[in-house]
Design a protein around this ligand. Structure first.
Ligand SMILES: [Zn+2]
Length: 315
């Protein structure tokens, strides 16, 4: 029997959990759906990630408002993917921050990515007509961007760690609490999406840089909060291993289909039951195959190309 396209048949609501990671530091996790967070400054809030629609974002903000009524000054978006950014209007933030590359990617492929992700994961797009249009950052940076939280709260440092899940991922690092929000550069007990990735950089220098901060609590893009040094190491290690297995298996294959079959066989015992594994793998291997054959930048995913790759590899 043919597998239903991507996550189009995944319609079961996930249970969302708001966790207080430290005083004034919040994460909302959702059993493998995209995670979001917030950090309290002395007299304002920094929100991290925006979910797929304003309606979805407003549900998160209603929960956050049980803890704090400070105004949202900054909305930080880890990368350009639609399910992270299209809910931005609900935050009413003074400043929307991304990496420089993320702004370029939104201009280059934001429209196609919106259509692609909507078809792949319709459940995440609560009331899609509430999206007013593409989300544009109002501040961008290349290396680091520091937000002074005021009082004795220290800084929140937004940092670029190199090419990884996309060309322009950032992490948010709270040194005073040793908490990191890593976006999709790290997943914890959730499968990786690498359809727009730079596998070699990500699995080596980029994850080295992420690890170098020495986080003791890490919120990845999906999955549970990683706690303690061992938990953070495990999440980063899992991400690295997933990429290393993909590189090894696809690198030894003679055709794209063989690369998919080998990768699937090698990853499934450890990762096959984790959220979005089957959904992601055809897109992941397609991109990796391109990369191994000299295609430097990820090709743009369109709803049509999604279906072609799915039918070729996963059906
Ligand atoms: Zn992503």
């Amino acid at each position: 029997m043919a597998k239903p396209f991507a996550s189009s048949a995944d319609l079961g609501e996930k249970r969302q959990s708001l966790e207080v990671l430290a005083e004034g530091v919040y994460a909302l996790t959702a059993e493998g759906d995209p995670n979001v967070g917030a950090i309290e400054a002395e007299d304002f809030l920094v929100c991290f990630e925006a979910l797929a629609t304003p309606v979805a974002a407003r549900q998160w903000l209603a929960r956050l408002r049980e803890h704090t009524d400070k105004p949202i000054r900054y909305l930080v978006l880890s990368h350009y993917h639609a399910v992270r950014v299209l809910g931005a209007s609900a935050f009413g933030a003074d400043v929307i921050v991304t990496h420089d590359k993320t702004r370029e990617l939104i201009a280059e492929r934001g429209e196609q990515d919106w259509a692609s992700e909507y078809a792949r994961m319709p459940r995440l797009f609560k009331e899609p007509e509430s999206i007013p249009g593409l989300t544009w950052p109002t501040a961008t940076f290349s290396d680091t961007f520091t937000i002074d939280l005021g009082g004795d709260r220290g800084d929140l440092v937004l940092a670029y760690c190199g090419r990884g899940h996309t060309e322009g991922d950032l992490v948010a690092w709270l040194p005073r609490r040793r908490v990191m929000f890593a976006g999709d550069l790290v997943e914890s007990q959730a499968a990786l999406y690498t359809g727009d990735a730079f596998h070699h950089d990500w699995s080596t220098t980029t994850l080295d840089k992420v690890a170098s901060f020495g986080a003791e609590t890490l919120v990845g893009g999906r999955g549970a909060v990683a706690r303690g040094k061992a938990g953070v190491d495990a999440a980063i290690g899992q991400t690295r291993d997933f990429l290393a297995v993909m590189l090894r298996e696809a690198g030894a294959a003679g055709t794209l289909k063989e690369a998919f079959d080998r990768t699937h066989r090698a990853l499934a015992p450890r990762y096959g039951s984790w959220p979005i594994f089957e959904h992601c793998l055809p897109f992941n291997v397609s991109r990796l195959w391109d990369q191994l054959h000299g295609v430097e930048r990820p090709r743009i995913w369109t709803a049509e190309r999604d279906r072609e790759v799915w039918d070729q590899l996963q059906s």
